[in-house]
Write a protein that binds this ligand. Structure first.
Ligand SMILES: *Cc1c(COP(=O)(O)O)cnc(C)c1O
Length: 388
């Protein structure tokens, strides 16, 4: 089956700005400053300013951003770090890299982000930090989360890997917690041509530590203050991101328009549509609906050449990697229910109205087919009875 509508279309984005990107790449090739070059610093100051924060430190992935942010804040063995059961696996993995213990909480059934009440209940004497995830591009409920963190003296690291540019009351994610981790994985709202990431913070001391941590603890040439890592952002990737950054708000606006179009065309169907809490600007990294018998709808769409995805089919606590945390089935009912019913529809800035209409038309056909199916099922017993 030919895919007529892909899940994301990275080639379309490149074609829209090939000249700028090619020249940015050639600049780096000619300067040959491949490691921690000019474009890395330029991206760092531009991206920090974009987020409304003082500093950004480029690293080699979103996972490294989470990892190094925790290390910079002094989180380590014996500490508990609270995050949500419904997130990408990297959030939980990063907690283990510093030797801390992931403590999971359930998500809010409306926004799919950290439930502040569940967070309050999970805090112990060992809790050192929390990682709220701005999942799918919807900011987490940061006002109560920051109030709880302040009261309990906890560090807040935003997982903003899916939410570049999203806002709460006009303030961008990345400027809300003590530090924030961003991913520049190609399919993210701001994506490189490979792996990349950044930590954003207002704390100068943390920013300084991050610069050391990503580069072997090197303070000046051949002086290493501690055993750091090699988690630098490539200059080539930074140059591509720098060329793309001016487009980010337009791309996010296009994503929001597509989300509105989906909502208009799907709102009378038996699907759960994404909700946006008041005073928020969602950036729709993903357009996620909930539906009974999700796999059947995904298969139906696939037959029509329409790609879809599931984010995520298995909550963190039910992954083999985190079975040792001892939660088991039934621990986080909202996350578990979502895992069985979430379906992500195609979403990218270059998606066209006609494509959205085709996708929604196919979903409508699916439900009509289901309805006819139940009608024939209802008729069958009568026919069977008559045949006896
Ligand atoms: C993508 C992502 C990450 C990890 O980013 P990488 O750049 O792939 O390492 C972490 N958390 C969330 C929520 C993500 O979506």
């Amino acid at each position: 089956m030919i895919t007529k509508i892909p899940f994301v279309d990275l080639a379309a984005q490149y074609q829209g700005m090939a000249e700028e990107i090619d020249s940015a790449i050639m600049d780096v090739v000619e300067r040959a400053d491949f490691i921690l070059g000019d474009a890395v610093q330029k991206l760092e100051s531009s991206f920090a300013a974009y987020c409304g924060a003082a500093f950004a430190v480029g690293v080699d992935s979103g996972t490294s951003a989470l990892h190094l942010a925790m290390e910079a804040h002094g989180i380590g063995p014996g500490d508990e770090v609270i995050t949500t059961a419904n997130t990408f696996i990297a959030t939980a993995c990063a907690i283990t890299y510093v030797g801390a213990k992931p403590v999971l909480v359930d998500v809010d059934p409306q926004t799919y982000t950290m439930d502040p009440h569940a967070l309050e209940e999970a805090i112990t004497a060992r809790t050192k930090a929390l990682i709220p995830v701005h999942l799918y591009g919807h900011p987490a409920d940061m006002t109560p989360i920051m109030a709880i963190a302040q009261e309990c003296d906890l560090i807040v690291i935003e997982d903003a890997c899916q939410a570049h540019g999203a806002r709460i009351n006009g303030k961008r994610v990345g400027s809300l917690g003590h530090s924030a981790a961003f991913s520049f994985y190609p399919a993210k709202n701001l994506g490189a041509f490979g792996d990349g990431g950044a930590v954003v913070t207002d704390d100068e001391e943390i920013a300084h530590r991050l610069r050391l941590l990503r580069n072997f603890g090197q303070d000046q040439k051949n002086v290493h203050l501690f055993s750091g890592h090699n988690h630098r952002l490539d200059t080539l990737q930074a140059s591509i991101l720098l060329a793309k950054l001016p487009q980010l708000d337009d791309w996010n606006a296009a994503r929001r328009r597509h989300a509105q179009r989906y909502a208009d065309l799907l709102n009378d169907l038996p699907l759960g549509l994404p909700r946006v809490a008041a005073d928020l600007e969602h950036v729709f990294h993903l357009y996620v609906v909930t539906v009974e018998d999700r796999d059947a709808l995904a298969a139906f769409l696939q037959e029509r050449g329409i790609a879809s995805g599931v984010h995520y089919p298995t909550p963190i606590h039910l992954q083999p990697a985190f079975a040792h945390l001892g939660y088991g089935e039934g621990s986080f009912p909202v996350s578990e229910r979502l895992a069985n019913s979430l379906l992500s529809l195609p979403m990218y800035p270059e998606l066209e109205d006609g494509q959205i209409e085709m996708i929604c038309g196919a979903i409508r056909d699916y439900f009509s087919m289901l309805k006819m199916g139940t009608q024939t099922q209802q008729m069958q017993p009568i026919e069977a009875h008559q045949a006896e």
